[in-house]
Design a protein around this ligand. Structure first.
Ligand code: C2O
Ligand code: CU
Length: 486
C-alpha cells in the first residue's frame, strides 16, 4: 500500500543510544539426560523461484519457499545449524518461542551477526507446544523468502484429527529487479512513498467502529484495521505458490483436518476462509482458546491460528484475501476431496462476506490463562510515526535512540500500549507471551489506529528481548524497543 498516512505524533530524537554488543561464538550445550535431541541443518542461500511462470531471484532456506519445517516436541533440545551461503550477514529468530535469550537471533542484542560463508549453531529448548515460524532478524530478509514453519507438538495430546495442513501466507514484491531492501532504502531516501493509490476504498481518516479503550466493544465482522501496508506487493502466496499454480491439499471427504495458518507476510492482513466450510479455531499464536466456530477469520502479520475443519466432498478454494487491498488479487490453495474443477484464481467464497472473526476477540482456554495477579510494575509503550515523512519509532525515538523498557525477574509487568499512528501495526514480543485484557494469550497482536490496551506478561525469561512492529519495514525503520531485565 502506498497511501499517505498522518501521524498523531512524531518521534522526537532520543538520548539513550544502544551500543551494539559483541558476543563471540556461542558456548556449546548438550541436552539433559531426560531430553530428546532434535538436530537439523538449514542452508540460507540465493535461489531462483518460479512464481507461476515468473522467475524471481531471491533468498530462501534450503532453496524452498517456505523453507523446511522444523518440528519437535515440547521439552526437546533443538540443535539447528545454519549455513549462511547468502552474500550478507543473517540470523534466525524463532518467532513466538519462549527460548533462552542467547538463541533468540537478534544481532547486537543476543548474538553477533552470522557472516556470509560461516555457520552458526542454535541450541535451545522449546517449552510450549504450538504453531510458530522462524526468519532472520536482519534487515527485511524475511520479505525475500527466508521463512519456514516450526511446530512444537504437545507430548500429552495426540490430537483429535486425521491430518494436518500447514498454510503459510505471504505477500511478495515483483522480485524481478527490486529487492525488499531496495524498496525500504528508497522509502527512507524519498521520505515516503511517491504516490498514493493501491489502497483504494480505505478511509484513513475515519476510525468508525473503534473502541479506543479496550479490546471489547467491536462487533465481529467490523474490523478496526486501517492501512497496514507500505508497499504494493502484487503477489500473494500460500505455501510459496501463486494463484495460477496453487498448492493442492488432498484428503478424503469427512476427514478432520488441523489447519495451522501462519502469516509470514510483512505488509498484509489476510481474511482466511475455506469455501463451503466452518472452521473451529482452537489456538491463537500456539495457545489454546475456547473452540470458536467461524466462517472466516483475520490474521495479522506474524500471527498464527490453528483451526479444525471437517471436509466436504468436492473441490474447494482455501482463500486468503488481503484486507483493504483492492488490487493484486488474493492467495489461494485448492482443497480436493472428490471430483470437480479447480476453483478460479479470484474465487470469492460466500464466507468472505459473512462475519469474519477478529482474533483478539477469542477467549482463552482455561489452561492458557495467566494466573490472576495484579501487576508489580507498569510501563507505557507508544507506537509512533508516519508514512510521510517515512519514520517509525517507539516511545519518542527510533530503535537505538529510545530507552529500553526494563523489568525485574519475577515481576508481572503491565505494558500500556498505544498506537499513536493512523496505521495498523502488529505488535510482537520476543521470549514471552502476553495476556490481553480478555486473558487471551498471544505473542503478536494487531493494534488498530489510535487503539490502546494493556498487555500483561510474567517476567520469567531473563535476557534482552525485542518488542516491535511485525511489518518488517517499520521494525527496520525503527519501530522497535528493547525489554531488558534489570
Ligand atoms: Cu517474527 Cu522480532 O520477529
Ligand atoms: Cu508497523
Amino acid at each position: 500500500a502506498t497511501a499517505t498516512v498522518a501521524a498523531c505524533t512524531t518521534p522526537a530524537p532520543g538520548k539513550a543510544g544502544m551500543p551494539s554488543r559483541t558476543f563471540g561464538a556461542p558456548a556449546p550445550l548438550s541436552p539433559s539426560p531426560s531430553q530428546r535431541l532434535v538436530e537439523k541443518t538449514l542452508v540460507a542461500k540465493p535461489v531462483s523461484l518460479d512464481l507461476g511462470g515468473r522467475i524471481v531471484s531471491t533468498w530462501a532456506y534450503d532453496g524452498t519457499l517456505p523453507g523446511p519445517l522444523v518440528r519437535a516436541t515440547a521439552g526437546d533440545f533443538l540443535r539447528v545449524s545454519l549455513d549462511n551461503q547468502l552474500p550478507a550477514d543473517t540470523t534466525i529468530h524463532w518467532h513466538g518461542i519462549r527460548l533462552r535469550n542467547a538463541a533468540d537471533g537478534v544481532p547486537g542484542l543476543t548474538q553477533d551477526p552470522i557472516s556470509s560463508g560461516t555457520k552458526y549453531v542454535y541450541e535451545f529448548t522449546a517449552p510450549d507446544p504450538g504453531t510458530y515460524f522462524f526468519h532472520p532478524h536482519v534487515g527485511v530478509q524475511l520479505d525475500r523468502g527466508l521463512y519456514a514453519p516450526m511446530i512444537i507438538d504437545d507430548p500429552n495430546e495426540a490430537g483429535d484429527y486425521d491430518a494436518e495442513w500447514i498454510v503459510v501466507l505471504d505477500d511478495w514484491i515483483d522480485g524481478t529487479g527490486t529487492t525488499p531492501d531496495d524498496v525500504l532504502k528508497k522509502l527512507i531516501a524519498d521520505g515516503g512513498p511517491a504516490s498514493s493509490g493501491g489502497m483504494g476504498g480505505m478511509d484513513h481518516g475515519s476510525m468508525g467502529g473503534m473502541d479506543h479503550g479496550s479490546m471489547g466493544g467491536m462487533s465481529m465482522g467490523t474490523p478496526p484495521w486501517g492501512d497496514a501496508g507500505d508497499v504494493t506487493y502484487p503477489f500473494f502466496l500460500i505455501n510459496g505458490k501463486p494463484p495460477t499454480d496453487p498448492d493442492v491439499l488432498t484428503a478424503k471427504p469427512g476427514q478432520r483436518i488441523r489447519l495451522r495458518v501462519i502469516n509470514a507476510a510483512s505488509d498484509t492482513i489476510f481474511t482466511v476462509t475455506l469455501g463451503g466450510h466452518r472452521l473451529t479455531i482452537t489456538h491463537s499464536d500456539g495457545h489454546a482458546v475456547e473452540p470458536t466456530e467461524v466462517g472466516a477469520f483475520y490474521i495479522g502479520m506474524g500471527e498464527r491460528y490453528d483451526a479444525i475443519v471437517t471436509l466436504g466432498d468436492g473441490v474447494f478454494p482455501l482463500v486468503a484475501r488481503p484486507f483493504g487491498k483492492t488490487s493484486g488479487g488474493q492467495a489461494i490453495a485448492v482443497v480436493r476431496t472428490g471430483s470437480g474443477s479447480a476453483p478460479a484464481v479470484d474465487a470469492a467464497p460466500a464466507e468472505l462476506s459473512g462475519q469474519v472473526l477478529i482474533g483478539s476477540q477469542l477467549r482463552p482456554a482455561e489452561s492458557a490463562k495467566l494466573p490472576d495477579r495484579a501487576p508489580d510494575a507498569t510501563v507505557d509503550l507508544a507506537l509512533q510515526g508516519s508514512m510521510k515523512p517515512y519514520q517509525w519509532g517507539m516511545n519518542g525515538a527510533k530503535f537505538g535512540e529510545n530507552e529500553p523498557l526494563t523489568v525485574k525477574a519475577g515481576q508481572r509487568l503491565r505494558i500500556n500500549a498505544t498506537n499513536q499512528t493512523m496505521m495498523t501495526h502488529p505488535l510482537h514480543l520476543h521470549g514471552h507471551t502476553f495476556a490481553l485484557p480478555s486473558g487471551l494469550r498471544k505473542d503478536t497482536v494487531l493494534m488498530a489506529p489510535m487503539q490502546s490496551f494493556a498487555i500483561d506478561l510474567d517476567a520469567d525469561n531473563a535476557g534482552d528481548w525485542m518488542i516491535h512492529c511485525h511489518n518488517i519495514y517499520h521494525a527496520e525503520a525503527g519501530m522497535m524497543i528493547a525489554l531488558e531485565y534489570a
